[in-house]
Design a protein around this ligand. Sequence first.
Ligand SMILES: [Zn+2]
Length: 355
Amino acid sequence: MERKVLRTVTAMMAALTIAVCFVLLNYPDLHVYALQKNVEYSAKRTAGYSVLDLMRDETEILKGNAQDERLQKQLRLELPEGVAYDDVEIQNHYIYQTITIRIPHIDESYFYDYPMIGSCDHITDITFETGKDGGVISIVTDNVYELDEAWENEYLYIDFKNPRDLYDKIIVVDAGHGGNAPGATKQGVSEKDIDLAIVKRLKHLLDESDQHIGVYYTRLDDTNPALEGRVAMANNLSADLFLSVHNNSTASGRMSSINGTEVMYRASDTSGKSKEFAQVCLDHLLQRLGSQSKGLVAGDDIYIVRTAEMPVALVEVGFMTNQEELEKLKSSEYQSACAQALYDAMMQMLEVGNE
Ligand SMILES: [Zn+2]
């Protein structure tokens, strides 16, 4: 009860402070404004406001103040004294719809010493962690965004750009498994590593491409993002294609003579586009690899195939349980040929890059 009263009083104090700030905004006395800001933030944090709550209030205040139009669309962070631009590390973790900003020498007091202000329209959560050499601010967004960063004086402005406005086409490439989910492991070789090796070679081709294509990867390291997150990224991006790279093994997991390439598609896709994409992938793979065709397979019982809302193809390049194919899959030549086939297949589907 006492806590509740305290919270109410603090909240009222905070409201009063906001009102005072409002008035102060009309006077160009920035020093007074900054001091007032600190008091207001301290009061709100005592009252249990989260960093995002603080940001939301800022956005509301800004909406009522037409003076700074820029801040109504962007996020602004202030660099603490003694910290240079180059010391700040910004990373966009697309798969987690999270942007991390690492700033040296800060602790939680950063948020009221240097209030982060601007638009929080696309932000669903902000968290803070103190590490050994500073703090990491994690900004969770409501979708996948590209960041437009601008440094001006001691300020960092961040604009959230919709990838759809930046690229003609968007594709999502998924390397199967990862982390503590190795997939099939044969003779010391894990499927996750071969899947990733192929995707990295494919990335190299896509990076070199001069097409205006936005490419998003579910993983480029030995991590295992949840299947839900992998599909959500593709669906949230409204990707034009979703390619998942895997390798096969026999049901028993025993070495056998069974070999060849197969591609899964979503049978419930009434447009037939998923099946078309799978067929194009299969054709290119067979041609480049000279592998045996295991044909197309309806993959609706596989989560990512079933839930992807765009043309999806899940390729099983070869069998890790076939000695000859395993040797090939381990070779850089075979991985490169596979990457080239998948690159050509995607370009054909997108109807771009036909030389
Ligand atoms: Zn797999």
